[in-house]
Design a protein around this ligand. Structure first.
Ligand SMILES: [Zn+2]
Length: 250
């Protein structure tokens, strides 16, 4: 695996200490792919295909459960130039303190990965936005997000670690079993990436069963990649110093 592969995969850690600067991720228009269970802001908004597929499943399940189809996806992939513009607008309009609390420094936005979405709600009667606080009928979507591979990336109790204040609306796709482990162990992504370093190829693997499938995980420092000789597995860089190998057990 090459250095650039560190920024490939669903477990990349992107924050103010770890910028994301790969070639553009391959994204698809959410409008073109989406089901009827939710809205999307415009035809341009895009996500990585795995994230868009998982979003469809998540929103379909939420609509089936709640009868609500008014979630509106208002942010997906963001280019570097867009990040610069958003950050400058926030500084100009709301001040430096607000910008630093709520916006990523350009190059450090998770939206750059195509793995992050911002949820809002859309009032079809008058076209207004209702925000997404994750409460009331929407609590189901938050509680069950992990089943579809999503995590609430900036929980209130982790803002010291994430460097971002609570964002009830921002979800990040990490896939399974990662989203399951993170919610079960109450780990934000920074903590999870650290936690995975406890498991190595030659040592103990992290084993877990979720939604009927068993997995074994381990971490390899970059330059020391060891992969299984057979079976089904995925590799993700952590965008810091190594790779996570996730083996799906038969
Ligand atoms: Zn966001």
């Amino acid at each position: 695996m090459a250095e650039k592969d560190l920024s490939q995969g669903t477990l990349v850690l992107v924050n103010r200490d770890h910028a994301y600067d790969p070639e553009l991720p391959q994204t698809v228009s959410v409008f073109d792919k989406k089901t009827q269970s939710y809205f999307v802001k415009d035809k341009i908004l895009s996500l990585r295909e795995d994230t868009a597929d998982a979003l469809n499943q998540w929103m379909d399940a939420f609509a089936a459960e709640s009868g609500k189809t008014d979630v509106n996806i208002v942010a997906g992939w963001r280019s570097y130039d867009t990040q610069v513009r958003l950050y400058q607008n926030a500084v100009n309009n709301k001040g430096q303190e607000y910008a630093d609390a709520y916006l990523a420094l350009p190059g450090c936005s998770e939206h750059h990965t195509g793995l992050a979405v911002d949820l809002d709600t859309y009032n079809i009667e008058d076209g207004t936005s209702g925000g997404f606080d994750g409460e009331g009928a929407y609590a189901w979507a938050v509680e069950h997000a992990w089943e579809y591979g999503f995590i609430q990336r900036y929980p209130p109790e982790k803002s010291d670690i994430t460097g971002i204040d609570y964002e009830s609306w921002h979800f990040r796709y990490v896939g399974l079993p990662h989203a399951y482990i993170m919610q079960a162990e109450n780990l934000c992504l920074e903590e999870y990436i650290d936690y995975l370093r406890n498991y190595s190829f030659s040592g103990e693997h992290l084993t877990v069963t979720c939604l009927g499938t068993s997995y074994a995980l381990y971490y390899c420092p970059k330059g020391q990649m060891i992969v299984p000789t057979s079976g089904s597995y995925t590799i993700s860089g952590n965008n810091v110093d190594g790779f996570i190998i996730t083996i799906r057990k038969p």
